[in-house]
Every structure is written in structure tokens, then in C-alpha cells.
Design a protein around this ligand. Structure first.
Ligand SMILES: [Zn+2]
Length: 419
């Protein structure tokens, strides 16, 4: 048996089994006893509902990954990749056009498998727990807009990658690294103006107490922003969130309308302070640098596997091509990607504690912040007691109870120091 095939099957099955183990521990870790901290926020019935939500999502995830793995492995073994390659090659287009069509077909195939899961998740699970606000019309138009974006953003990038690898020899990864990084930065600049309005409506926040409070706070902190917006998150879900978009002076803060509805002015202010903390403490900048470095690493390793005959044999391919190399490399890269994502999560969780600390330093509204975090967690029916293994591998934010404890420790500590 081909060595690459053994490696790739091991990776696929290994990841699948790891996922089962994580979910098993996570479900076992659900504690029917409501944590003391949430006594005033949850009743028994709602707490039970949050645990059922965790269980249902976990079960759904396992069914999803079981079906995915049982389609992809036969597809590899029985030469599915070669079957479609031969069809596209029949048309004798140039290598770049052939590659674009080939990859587009594979993406469409995977979408066809994914869409029923997405429908079930939105219209069955999220609906059952009262989150879903997505209409069938929004659901379909989201898919169409997603495909449209894939074409106008994905096709040029793919064409560039194929062109550089076929024309510029050994230095291709370096050139591509520069071009892709510039393109990503460009996308980040235009996203708030061009891409995000495709999916949601953004309104400048209404005049009033909240707007005044935010403006005063931002001024006090000497933080430049272009505007304060609300977003119609309620169009899809009752879940709540807040985030910044843009760079430097063109930064905007965006609150989901659902978040504004459910939180007091002080609570919203602490959420803003947390997001601002990420900027002030250079988290956003560091995360961006890390992602640029990862792009460089991916391109460099990828260049080592372009047109590797053994790797193509693993996928039963008759013809070598740069475009298929990209896909096959993706299978080999996935364990590295997983290790990188675990380390990104470790940093991300550390940054969350730091941004929380920043809230206390800059607003002195610890109680409002804790209450905002609790509401956020309840509104999203978050798992209050995730298993440490699940947290270690998949959580970008620390579990809520740990965050609250850390905040309380800081408050207690600083009040002791004042005495
Ligand atoms: Zn954060």
C-alpha cells in the first residue's frame, strides 16, 4: 500500500477518533447540579435545557463527522479525485482554467453533502432551543451570496497560486506569500464596507444614554473609532455578540441588536471595554502577525509537495497537476494545522483573561461585567462545565466560570491593596 495513503487514512481516522473521545469526556463532564454562581440567573429547567443543547450538538457533530469520513475515504480509495479530473481534462482548457473548474466542482460536491447538515442544524436544533430566526429565504440567499463571494475572492487567489507555482519556480512560495498577505490586508479593509453589508444591515446607534456613555468612554480612553453600529443579528438568531471591524482610525464597533436589547448600559460598556482591550493590548496585531507567518509556512511546505508522484498515486491520479497538489497537500497538512490551532487557542484564552483584566482597570465596573458575561453565556446556552480536554483543544475563550473567578480575584486583590 502507498505510504502517503497510509499516512492520510491514519490522519483522517485519528482525527475522527480524537473527536469522539473529546465529545465523550465532554458529555460525561456535564454536571446536573447548577453552579452556585448562576443560581440567580438560571432556573433548574433552563439549566437542564442548556445541557440538552450541549448534548444534542455533540451528537449531531458525531453523526456529521461519521458521514463525512465515510464519504471521503471511499472517494479517495476508489479514485473519485481522478474520475472528476479526467472529465475536466477532456475539455483541454489551460492548466489554470482546468484547475479552477476542478476545484469548483469539488467544492460544490462538498457543499451538497454539507447543506443538509446546515439545514438540520438551523431549522431543527437551533429552532428547538428557540434560537433560530433564519427564514428559508435568508438561508438560501446566504448560500448564494457565499458562493458568489467564493467566486469573486476565491477564483483570483486560486489563479494567482496556480500561476506563481507554474511560472516562478523555487521562489513561488515567497512571491505568493507577499501577494496573498497584501490581498488579505486589502480584504480586511474592504470587508466592513463591501462584504459584511451583503449579509447584514448596519445602523448607526441611536442617540441617547448608551451612545453618550460609549462616546465618553472612548474619548476618556483616547481610542479612535469611526462609528458605533448595531447589526441585525436578530435576522438569523437570538444569540448575542459584539465585535470591532476595520483598522486604525476607520475602526467601527458593532453590537448585535440582540445584545443591546438584553443588556444594561453599564454591561454594554464593559463588553466594549473588553473588545477595546484586545486592541490596546495588541492582541489583534499579534494574532494577525501569527496568521501571516502561518500563511508563509503553509506555502513553503506546500511547495515541497507540488507534483509529488507518490502522493498522486495515493489518490489514484493518472495526471500530475499543481491544482490537485493543493488539495492533496491539504490532507497532509491537517495535523500541522490542528497543532497550530491548539496553540492559537492557548494564546487566545490568555488574551481573553488579559482583556477582562483591562475592563476592570479601565471601567471599574466588575459587577456589571460579570453580569454581562453571565447573560452572554445564558443567552447562548453555553456549557458551564466543559471538559478540560475539550477546552484545551477547541476553546478560544476560557470557560465562563474560570473567567468569572479570575475577575473576582482581581477585584478582591485590588481592594485589599487599597486598604
Ligand atoms: Zn475577547
Amino acid at each position: 500500500m502507498n505510504l502517503y495513503l497510509i499516512i492520510i487514512l491514519t490522519i483522517l481516522i485519528g482525527k475522527y477518533l480524537l473527536n469522539i473521545i473529546i465529545e465523550h469526556f465532554n458529555i460525561k463532564n456535564l454536571n446536573p447540579e447548577l453552579p452556585e454562581e448562576f443560581k440567580d440567573y438560571y432556573d433548574k429547567i433552563k439549566y437542564k435545557k442548556s445541557q440538552q443543547y450541549t448534548k444534542e450538538n455533540s451528537k449531531f457533530g458525531l453523526i456529521h463527522s461519521t458521514i463525512s469520513i465515510s464519504t471521503i475515504i471511499p472517494f479517495i480509495i476508489f479514485g473519485g479525485f481522478n474520475f472528476f479530473d479526467k472529465i475536466v481534462r477532456n475539455y483541454n482548457f489551460s492548466e489554470i482554467i482546468t484547475g479552477i473548474i476542478y476545484i469548483f466542482i469539488l467544492i460544490l460536491l462538498s457543499q451538497i453533502i454539507e447543506i443538509p447538515f446546515s439545514i438540520y442544524n438551523t431549522f431543527v436544533i437551533e429552532e428547538k432551543y428557540g434560537f433560530n430566526k433564519t427564514t428559508v429565504k435568508t438561508f438560501i440567499s446566504d448560500i448564494i451570496k457565499g458562493l458568489f463571494l467564493l467566486i469573486i475572492i476565491g477564483v483570483p487567489i486560486l489563479a494567482l497560486i496556480l500561476w506563481f507555482f507554474s511560472e516562478t519556480g523555487k521562489l513561488a512560495p515567497l512571491y505568493l506569500w507577499i501577494v496573498i498577505t497584501l490581498f488579505q490586508i486589502f480584504l480586511m479593509f474592504i470587508a466592513p464596507y463591501v462584504i459584511m453589508p451583503l449579509f447584514n444591515k448596519f445602523y448607526p446607534i441611536e442617540e441617547g444614554e448608551l451612545k453618550d456613555a460609549i462616546e465618553n468612554y472612548v474619548k476618556k480612553e483616547n481610542f479612535k473609532i469611526k462609528g458605533i453600529f448595531t447589526m441585525d443579528g436578530s435576522k438569523r438568531s437570538t444569540k448575542t455578540n459584539a465585535f470591532f471591524t476595520g483598522f486604525g482610525k476607520s475602526r467601527r464597533i458593532v453590537f448585535f441588536d440582540t445584545l443591546i436589547k438584553k443588556n444594561s448600559v453599564d454591561e454594554i460598556l464593559t463588553i466594549l471595554a473588553h473588545e477595546m482591550g484586545h486592541y490596546k493590548l495588541k492582541h489583534i496585531f499579534k494574532t494577525m502577525i501569527a496568521s501571516i507567518l502561518e500563511t508563509g509556512l503553509v506555502l513553503f511546505i506546500l511547495s515541497l509537495f507540488i507534483n509529488n508522484r507518490e502522493l498522486f498515486n495515493a489518490f489514484k491520479m493518472d495526471n500530475l497537476s499543481i491544482y490537485a497538489s493543493l488539495i492533496f497537500f491539504g490532507f497532509l497538512y491537517s495535523p500541522i494545522s490542528m497543532i497550530l490551532s491548539i496553540s492559537t487557542n492557548i494564546f487566545s484564552r490568555k488574551y481573553e483573561y488579559e482583556a477582562d483584566k483591562y475592563v476592570l482597570k479601565s471601567t471599574e465596573k466588575g459587577d456589571a461585567f460579570i453580569s454581562a458575561l453571565k447573560k452572554l453565556s445564558i443567552d447562548n446556552l453555553s456549557n458551564l462545565t466543559p471538559h478540560p480536554l475539550k477546552v484545551f483543544i477547541t476553546y478560544s475563550h476560557p470557560p465562563i466560570l474560570k473567567r468569572i473567578n479570575a475577575i473576582k480575584n482581581i477585584v478582591v486583590h485590588s481592594s485589599n491593596c487599597n486598604q
